[in-house]
Design a protein around this ligand. Structure first.
Ligand SMILES: Cc1cc2nc3c(=O)[nH]c(=O)nc-3n(C[C@H](O)[C@H](O)[C@H](O)COP(=O)(O)OP(=O)(O)OC[C@H]3O[C@@H](n4cnc5c(N)ncnc54)[C@H](O)[C@@H]3O)c2cc1C
Length: 365
């Protein structure tokens, strides 16, 4: 019998396992469907930009962690280029991201988990409550197995199985499917591009250079024609940036959940704790989620390690800070996602630095 089973060894789950193992004597099991012990070149990868925002960098620093150079990718990014196809405007503003290999980042955090935490590879497909403990049913490559635990932590990301099963009536964030393709790149593009085009999505699209490749990605509401919209985006960007986006070497997809109200955040339900993206904690404006995964796991570790009398209540209270940050992003959202307001913001030059005329787009200087 485990004291704690953590489902999902993404940034939230691995960080939580590491902190709990360092601070407690609890018997912990960390479960993931992915083989995280070693890098597997052809394994399925989570679609991700792999950009570590200033807030996420602060969260790592607060926990005494730094990123090894081996995880970083070229180039490091100090500038965001915003392309607004709706208003035919574009600009640059300064922001420093660490540009990383996402898979290596996950494995780095996973390997920091002390070896007295039991790590299992398997897909959680059923959970039963039996008096004071839970029975988890896992499917592995060869068989199914069951384990018992006193506490479950849902760190299973967007479209969380545990959230769907145990909190079907809690309002859900809006669901998107993201698609990313990797194209060979022949000239450097040392900035992160955010692309707004309402004929593609009501969210946004992006490009990020990763060494000698360029990622083009977008997030489309579930139910809308993903491949058709992606193709429209690809041909627009190819023309606008005057670079060939052909012969992709990799295609990746993932769900993204975007909160439209903070009541869609879920930190605890029936004794199950939620961290990271399973809790709904990603930015509704940029989909940035590492900082919230690291922050929520830090708070939960603190609550569980200190054996709080009302742990659920205390965890929810601590997470109000995250909810407030996300609320602030939501308030900011119309400035990015309302066509007229975005036009005003881009023209206001509050945070923007001018860029050159490009394919007939208006220069902001
Ligand atoms: C296209 C895209 C681009 C993004 N780019 C960025 C970015 O550049 N910067 C940023 O900060 N954030 C980005 N995000 C968001 C970021 O990926 C998430 O916020 C972050 O990964 C959340 O971490 P997590 O640990 O909560 O969940 P995840 O990283 O999703 O980890 C969940 C884990 O649970 C496992 N799992 C799921 N279900 C089961 C199951 N039933 N049984 C066993 N294991 C299970 C999965 O294998 C996975 O390892 C992006 C997201 C997307 C989709």
């Amino acid at each position: 019998m485990y004291d704690i089973a953590i489902i999902g060894a993404g940034p939230a789950g691995s960080n939580l396992a590491r902190l709990l193992a360092q601070q407690t004597q609890l018997k912990i099991c960390l479960i993931d469907k992915r083989p995280l012990q070693e890098m597997q070149p052809n394994a399925r990868r989570k679609a991700c930009g792999g950009l570590l925002s200033p807030d996420a960098q602060k969260m790592l620093a607060r926990q005494g962690l730094t990123i090894p150079v081996s995880i970083l990718e070229d180039p490091q990014l100090f500038s965001v280029r915003t392309i607004d196809f709706d208003n035919r405007l574009e600009n640059h503003y300064p922001r420093h991201y660490l540009n990383m290999d996402r898979e290596k980042f996950d494995r780095f955090l996973f390997h920091l988990v002390p070896n007295w935490v039991e790590k299992r590879q398997g897909i959680l497909f059923d959970v039963k409550k039996r008096e004071s403990h839970w029975t988890l049913h896992l499917r592995t490559n060869t068989q199914t197995e069951s384990i018992q635990t006193k506490t479950i932590i849902a760190a299973d990301g967007a479209n969380s199985f545990l959230r769907r099963k145990f909190a079907p009536n809690v309002p859900r964030p809006k669901k998107y499917i993201s698609l990313q393709k990797w194209y060979p790149l022949h000239a450097s593009m040392p900035y992160y591009t955010g692309i707004f085009d309402s004929s593609v999505t009501d969210y946004y699209s992006w490009t990020i250079q990763k060494d000698d490749h360029l990622i083009l990605g977008t997030a489309i509401p579930v139910g809308e024609p993903l491949h058709e919209r992606f193709e429209h985006l690809r041909s627009q960007i190819e023309t606008h940036l005057e670079i060939p986006l052909r012969d992709e070497t990799r295609t990746e997809g993932a769900f993204i959940e975007r909160i439209t109200h903070v009541n869609q955040l879920l930190w605890e339900k029936d004794g199950i704790y939620f961290v990271g993206e399973a809790a709904g904690a990603t930015s509704p404006t940029s989909a940035e989620g590492f900082s919230y995964a690291l922050q929520s796991s830090l708070y939960l570790a603190d609550v569980l390690a200190n054996e709080a009398i009302r742990p659920a209540q205390l965890y929810r209270r601590k997470c109000r800070k995250i909810a407030l940050k996300l609320l602030a992003k939501q308030v900011k959202s119309p400035a990015m996602y309302h066509l007229g307001m975005r036009k005003l913001v881009m023209k206001s030059k509050v945070s923007a630095i001018s860029t050159n005329l490009n394919n007939g787009f208006q220069k902001e200087d």
